[in-house]
Ligand binder design. Structure first.
Ligand code: NAP
Length: 333
């Protein structure tokens, strides 16, 4: 079977497709024939050695997907061959097949396609955890979302609207702003390539603040960091929560600590992957609420592109160049 391998950290083009033996499941493992896999920003970072941790080389990128169970280990009780499943795995979703512990695998409803199942769980899981557990989001709160048309950003917009918040979406282009309006954004700020000096940062901050009806935001959701973070923090409201989700724009920003004091505000870290392991039951409740909102049409994950699995290298380049809205899904035919 074919699998994408990272043999050295560096440019995305260094990734290679290889043919390996179809895996045999261990006692507690299942083999999944992958139908669809989701592209996530960490895929772009990890193969360059720029992610929070560096896997030992060689490794296979890709963390989530959906497909059909083709083999089960002798101790597996929760699944049988032929079951339709979603999986979250440390490695190897950009492949024809994957072998993993049965506890990384979850059944999917017949009403949900493989593409949809693969696409929303990490993005919506992250944003739900960020807004609800870390941001303590309440109905009528006012939320600013940066990078609001991206994978986790659009999920945050969708969830915040479903929970009754007023949302201002920050994006780089008018085309992305249009998508956010379609997803219910109450207002948008188009920030282009972001502020480049003190004056433009001040102007950006004033523009963000002007879009708040309360003089400052209750919650700010930031998956981009860099030059956007400090001006955005300056638009936070009294006792506001600033959610640190990621640094897609490049640099990890620094913040003058006095800004938190002036607003009684908090900077709150978000690490969904760790949360799923450390607070398994709380995460299960989040997933139930997300799935219920999905099946009732309250949220609607956006798959903007379906790309053949063999084009995964090009897809990973695309997400690193601001070229993705919503989710891109890789498909095995
Ligand atoms: N904390 C967690 O648990 C967790 C979980 C999942 C993901 N993340 C992080 O969240 C971030 C976003 O992930 P994602 O999957 O949503 O990615 P994505 O779909 O590519 O969205 C990222 C957004 O960042 C904005 N951006 C600004 N400057 C950029 C630049 N120089 N290059 C690329 N994008 C830029 C883009 O919107 P504009 O063009 O509109 O600015 C883009 O839509 C990543 O840093 C990822 O590692 C964190």
């Amino acid at each position: 079977m074919k699998i994408l391998h990272c043999k050295e950290y560096g440019p995305i083009e260094n990734l290679v497709w290889e043919d390996i033996e179809t895996p045999e499941p261990g006692e507690n493992e299942v083999v999944v024939s992958i139908k669809a896999a989701a592209l996530n920003f960490p895929d772009y970072l990890i193969v360059q050695g720029l992610y929070q941790f560096k896997p030992e080389l060689p490794f296979a990128p890709g963390n989530e997907g959906a497909g059909i169970i083709t083999k089960i280990g002798k101790n597996v009780t929760r699944f049988k061959e032929g079951d339709r499943v979603y999986f979250m795995a440390p490695y190897g979703a950009f492949a024809e097949e994957a072998c993993m512990n049965e506890f990384g695998v979850f059944p999917i409803s017949d009403k949900v396609s493989f593409e949809l199942a693969a696409s929303y769980q990490m993005a919506y899981g992250t944003s739900y955890h960020a807004l609800i557990q870390r941001g303590n989001l309440k109905k009528d709160d006012e939320v600013l979302i940066l990078g609001a048309s991206g994978g986790v950003g659009l999920a945050a917009l969708d969830i915040a609207k479903a929970k009754g918040a007023r949302v201002v979406a920050g994006v780089s282009t008018e085309e992305k702003a249009k998508i956010c309006r379609e997803y219910g954004a109450d207002d948008v700020v188009i920030y282009g390539n972001g502020p480049s000096d003190k004056d433009s940062a001040k102007q950006f901050s004033a523009e963000l603040k002007s879009k708040s009806t309360k003089g400052g935001y209750d919650v700010i959701y930031d998956p981009i960091g860099d030059c956007y973070a400090e001006p955005a923090f300056r638009s936070i409201g009294w006792k506001g929560k600033y959610l640190v989700v990621g640094f897609a724009a490049g640099q990890i920003p620094k913040l003058p600590m006095n800004l938190t004091l002036l607003k009684g505000a908090s900077v709150v870290g978000v690490f969904w992957g760790a949360f799923t392991g450390r607070e398994f039951e709380e995460n299960q409740k989040n997933i139930e609420d997300i799935n219920s909102m999905l099946l009732n049409g309250v949220i609607k994950p956006l798959i903007s592109k379906k790309i053949p699995m063999e084009d995964a290298i090009e897809a990973i380049s695309l997400i690193g160049s601001r070229g993705v809205v919503g989710k891109v899904v890789l498909i095995n035919n």
